[in-house]
Design a protein around this ligand. Structure first.
Ligand SMILES: Nc1ncnc2c1ncn2[C@@H]1O[C@H](COP(=O)(O)OP(=O)(O)O)[C@@H](O)[C@H]1O
Ligand SMILES: [Mg+2]
Length: 282
């Protein structure tokens, strides 16, 4: 991968004391690129933990490029351990940020529009993320409501599904963000499952709690199948969008175009744009 015949692992100094995050299958550390003299992030995964590994993530990410999607700068894969080097994101993930800050509806809308633009790009390239959640949305810079720039990360569970492909029949991801069809282990449309997860993510951003929650796994399944989230205190046009994304029937569930055309997305806040500006998602 690296030019000038330098081994990838010689190009970087991995800072094992600077742990940036830890998921179920890997640890993310800060690293120093000795050539560019910049700090980067590296995700390290030991293969003994099972099927989910960085090879899948690198294969998916190396063919795409989008301002709100993580990129891979280098990787190294040995039989026992994988390293994925990527830009260092300084702002923390949205799970941590929603605990730390009161995020306004206006800021939630900016975050969500950027997420829609990232997921629309993925789906256009037949990439299904399958793990969209607050923990996998990271800010490029320290939290500042006037300067929001999100990055969708963690494509370890992603897969390819072309528009006419058969339904998917592997069932990864967090149960809290899983659609009824996925949590019930029935073959599903990857795009429609991602939309459900985006609905859960948006709800969690604005309501500061998960819409379908229990600490007992079997109860989560029952709640996802049978209950509606608590929409009290949320604005009507936002509830309409959330209900569209969290429709238990995947055929009736909103698609990306319906999300983009929803009143909540298109509503122009006074502090959003200069007057006369029209709704756009880049
Ligand atoms: N490029 C990055 N820069 C800074 N922090 C990151 C970066 N990538 C991941 N993280 C942090 O590490 C956590 C776990 O990373 P992730 O790729 O989601 O690993 P896993 O696949 O194990 O869930 C994220 O939730 C985030 O807090
Ligand atoms: Mg993750």
């Amino acid at each position: 991968m690296t030019g000038n015949h330098i081994h990838v692992l010689e190009k970087y100094l991995i800072l094992k004391t600077r742990l940036l995050g830890e998921g179920s299958f890997g640890k993310i550390y800060m690293a120093h690129d000795k050539i560019s003299k910049k700090n980067v992030a590296v995700k390290i995964s030991e293969h003994k933990n099972g099927t989910r590994d960085i090879i899948n993530e690198c294969n998916i990410l190396r063919n795409i490029s989008h301002e709100h999607i993580i990129s891979v700068s280098d990787f190294y894969i040995s039989p026992s351990i994988s390293y994925m080097f990527m830009p260092l994101l300084m702002g923390g993930d949205m799970f941590y940020l929603t605990e730390k800050h009161e995020i306004s509806e206006h800021t939630s809308k900016i975050i969500f529009k950027q997420l829609v633009s990232a997921v629309e790009y993925c789906h256009h390239h037949d990439i299904i993320h399958r793990d969209i959640k607050l923990e996998n949305i990271v800010l490029k810079e320290a939290y500042d409501p006037r300067n929001i720039n999100i990055v969708l990360i963690d494509f370890g569970m992603a897969t390819i599904q072309h528009i006419n492909d058969p339904p998917l029949d592997t069932y990864p991801g967090s149960p809290y963000y899983a659609s009824p069809e996925l949590i019930n282990i029935t073959p599903y449309s990857g795009r429609k499952n991602d939309i459900w997860s985006m609905g859960v993510t948006l709800y969690a951003l604005v309501a500061r709690s998960l819409p379908f929650y229990s600490n007992n796994y079997d109860d989560v399944i029952k709640i996802v199948n049978n209950e509606e989230p608590d929409y009290d205190h949320l604005p009507e046009i936002l509830v309409k969008l959330l209900k569209g994304m969290l429709n238990k029937n995947p055929i009736l569930r909103y698609d990306i175009d319906q999300i983009k055309a929803s009143d909540w997305i298109c509503e122009v806040d006074n502090d959003d744009y200069p007057s006369g500006t029209h709704c756009t998602i880049s």
